[in-house]
Design a protein around this ligand. Sequence first.
Ligand code: GLY
Length: 563
Amino acid sequence: MKTIRLLLVSLLFTFSLPLFALSPEAVRDAPSAAAVASAHPYATQAGHEILEAGGNAFDASVAVSAVLAVVEPYSSGLGGGGFWLLHRASDNYEVMIDGRERAPLSAHRDMYLDKHGEVIPGLSMDGALAAGIPGEPAALAHIAEKYGQLPLAKSLAPAIKYAREGFPVTEHYRRMAGFRLEALRASPESTKVFLKDNEVPPLEHLIIQADLANTLELMAKKGARGFYRGKVGKALVKGVRKNGGIWKTKDLKKYQIVEREPLKAPYFGMTVTSVAPPSSGGVALLSMLNILEPYDLLQMDETSRIHLIIEAMRRAYRDRAEYLGDTDYVNVPVSQLIDPEYAAGLRASINPEQATKSSELRGVQTQEGGNDTTHFSILDKQGNYVAATLSINYPFGSGFMPAGTGILLNDEMDDFSAKPGVANAYGLVGAEANAIAPGKRMLSSMSPTFVSNGERLAIIGTPGGSRIITMVLLGILDFAAGNKVESWVSLPRFHHQYLPDTVFHEADAFTAEQVQALELRGHTLKASDNTWGNMQAILWDKKYNEVKAASDPRVEGSAQVQQ
Ligand code: GLY
C-alpha cells in the first residue's frame, strides 16, 4: 500500500490530458452506461436495481440514500440530513436539495454553555439534546415526487428489505461501534439494535431494525408525513423530551427542505458546480481554486505545488470561520468570497517560498466539523446525475434512538459554534455567523460536486468532517491533471484549516524529503494515525463515451458500472 501511495503522490498532477473543449458534435449527450459509487455494496446494488426497474438517477439516489441509512447507521440516516446535487439531462437544470437539519425552535445561542459560560463537554454530541431536526426524510420524499419517475414506495423497498432482514456486521461497523460504544450504551433502544450483549457485535452478526422498517413503510405509504407526523412524529418528540431534549411537535411539522441554486465557477477551462451555504463546501472550494488558478501547478516542483495548495487552504478556511453560516439567517458575502478579484487579494499575501503564519492573518475561532458522513455518486443512461453527501455527524450520531421509531438521531447541533462571540487567542471575535438560533441550519463542510471541462465530467464527494473540502479539492486538481478516477479516490491526502496552524496529512502522503522541504518553508506537519475519507466518484468521458466509477480503497464501498 505504501509503495502504491508514494507512486500516486508522484503521479499527482504529473501527467495531463489536453483540457481543450471538443466541438459539441463530438461530445455525447447520453452515456454508454450507468454508474453508482457508494460507501456500501448493498446501496450500490440497490441503486442499479432501481435504474433497471425504470427509475432515473434521482429515484436511484432515493434508494441509495435509504439503504445507506439502514446499512451504514454510523454515517447517515433518516435521523440526519444532507445535500443532494442534481443535474437533469433534459434541460441541463441543476439544483441543490438542502435537507440539512435545523436547530429546534426552542434552541438558543448558549444552550451548551454552563453558568460560567463554558462549553459543557459532550452536550452537543451525545444524547437527545444534541439532535437537530432531521431533513433526510423530507428530502427523499421531495426528490422522488419532483424529480423521480417511480413511486417513493418502490425506491424505498430495498431499504425496507435490509432493515427487516438485517445486514451483516463488518470490520468497519465494529470500528465505528467501538468508537461510540458509550453513547450507544446510554440509549436502551440503540443498545438493543446496534450492540449484542451490550458489546460491539461480532463479524457477520445480523443487525435487524424492525422499527426502522416500520417507519420506512409508513414513509412509503404516506411520504414525509409518515415520518414527521402521526405515530412516528409523536414517538420522536416524546422520546427526545423524555431524555433531556427540547423538540416540539411543531419542529417536525415545520421542517422543510430548501431548493437552492448551486454555486458555479470556472477553473482552468472547467466548470465547477458545488453546494451553496449552509454548506461552506462550495464557497471554500471555489475560493481555493480561484487562488490557485494562475499558478502552473503541473509544471512546478512538487514542494512548491504542495506549499501553494496549503496556503490556499489556509486562506479559504480562515474566511470559512469568519463568514460562513446559514444564509437564511445571516448575511454571507458569497459572491465576494468566490470572486476571482477577491482571490487575487488573498493570493497576493502568499509568499511562494515561505509559509504564512495563521496568526499573521486576521483571526477568528474555527470550528471542526464532525467526522463521519457518507457520499455517493450516480449517473444514469439518460445523462442525469447526482452527487450527494449525507450525515448524522459523529459515528452513530448522538447515539440516541427514541423508542418505537428505529430512528437513530444525529448530533449535528455540534456543527454550530457553541460559544460564538468570544475572543480567541488573538483577541478577535468570530464565528457569529454560525451561532445557534431557533430553526437555523448549522454550517456544514459537505461538498458534493460536479466538475466538467466539456468532454470529461466528474461526479465527486467524500465524508470526512472539516477535511471534506480539501479532499474534494485534491480530487478536482487530480481530475484537472487528467488522471483516472481510481487516482482521485485513492490519492494520499493533506489538509490545512487555518487553525490549528498545522498541515495534517495521511501517514504516506509525503516522502521524508518532502516533509523536510515543507518544514524548511516554515510549515508544521502532523501525520495522522488513520486514513481519511471515503470518496465515491464517477467519470463520464464524453469524447470516448466511456463511464468509469471508483470507490475509495480505504473503506468498504463499491463502484459499479452497468452497460
Ligand atoms: N457533519 C459534518 C458536516 O456537515 O460537515
